[in-house]
Ligand binder design. Sequence first.
Ligand code: ADP
Ligand code: MG
Length: 481
Amino acid sequence: MTAKLIHGYEVVIGFETHAQLATQSKIFSRAPTAFGAEPNTQACAVDMALPGTLPVMNKKAVECAIKLGLALGSHIAPRSIFARKNYFYPDLPKGYQISQFEIPVVQGGEVSFFLGEEKKTVRLERAHLEEDAGKSLHEDFIGQSGIDLNRAGTPLLEIVTQPDMRSSEEAVAYARELHKVVTWIGICDGNMQEGSFRCDANVSVRKPGGPLGTRREIKNLNSFKNMQQAIDYEIRWQIEEIEDGRTIQQATVLFNPDTGETRAMRTKEDAADYRYFPDPDLPPLVVAQSWVEEVRAGMPELPRQRAARFVADYGLPEYDATTLTQSQDMASYFEAAAQACGQAKLASNWIMGEISRRLNTEEIGIADAKVGSAQLALMIARIADGTISNNAARQVFEVLWSGEADDVDAIIEAKGLKQMNDSGALEAIIDEVIAANPGNVEQYRAGKDKAFNALVGQVMKASKGKANPGQVNELLKSKLA
Ligand code: ADP
Ligand code: MG
């Protein structure tokens, strides 16, 4: 792999992503995890760290971790340990966060995706379970701060990559792929605005072949658009600093979407600052192989498995298969259409082209597409059996999408889009065109291909675009032979 250089520097990025797990209750208590409730209505004694309370592991949260590990080819640790990460902050009433440190439940694994047509793989270091903290609410207008502990104890899976990414585009593609996986397997709702999927990007630059540069960690990346902007800004900033003779200090920085800039928030702590130690309140987390197998049996077909099957069963190029497995909805839409019309590649082309374009413009998902998979299949079947041309199909599609009519055959009839498949009528047109264009005929016979194309064009025009171009070619050739 040749790295893309910016002003002679290579970019190095590693991600830490907090996925909020879609469990009903907290990770160590029975309080609900519902988002957006009145402050402090979703926090119980455990979440508030009242004396005498003890954490009890939520089995569902562990199951989510196992699912992720299975989806990404990781090792599921048969025995992992919860640790206390100590720091003081008003929204952390215990004075420590329960997390996993030395032995996380998910180890290794990888995330693969396409960047354009190029396949990339980012190795995972680990994914560990931990609890979220509460929230400080700064009410500037009364000059007071309040603490909302609703989020305290919400289960998180922190997914950490190796520093394997080499550009902001690659980083965003990784984040999109991970987002796809966690939502696909149903462990996270993926809502970035609500903070259910929070990405921190560790960014550094170096001269190619040199040791890793000092990284700065960008927080607060709550959309893919922000992510790209923030990383690009950070890369430029770091290169300028170095070029100006300064050194990069390890730091945590915040991205400000209003200015498009990143700004240092605090110098970065080292692990030692947190005085991690095993939490005596929690026994080791033991995951029996039989449990892993049970979870495996209940897993949906994964995006990459489904993509591989699309290649094997439908003969799709890998690129198409990957694009079509963006979401379960899209994959199912494709599969329904392909099976109904028996034209997988055509179905793929329409979904990746016309349909995706419209979904993007209208900012809707494929589940809300205005042309259903059955309609698309019918229309494609009419292309495949020669009833309509690709161009005519676009007109049919337009009508279907607008909702003016929904019967493919009736639209073809009403708009007079049928291709001329009656070779008698077509031959008559060809004869006329030959008679009217002796110059082109002569040039063609003298070996000029251009003249032949001109004749095909004349025939298509005379047929008002309804002739089948393949058939026109054949007939013309045989008549001119
Ligand atoms: P910490 O414990 O301080 O969070 P880690 O070693 O766990 O540090 O690394 C956190 C993230 O930073 C990982 O995703 C890792 O890949 C990434 N990372 C580490 N070193 C660098 C570097 N020099 N440049 C960019 N990313 C890095
Ligand atoms: Mg870390």
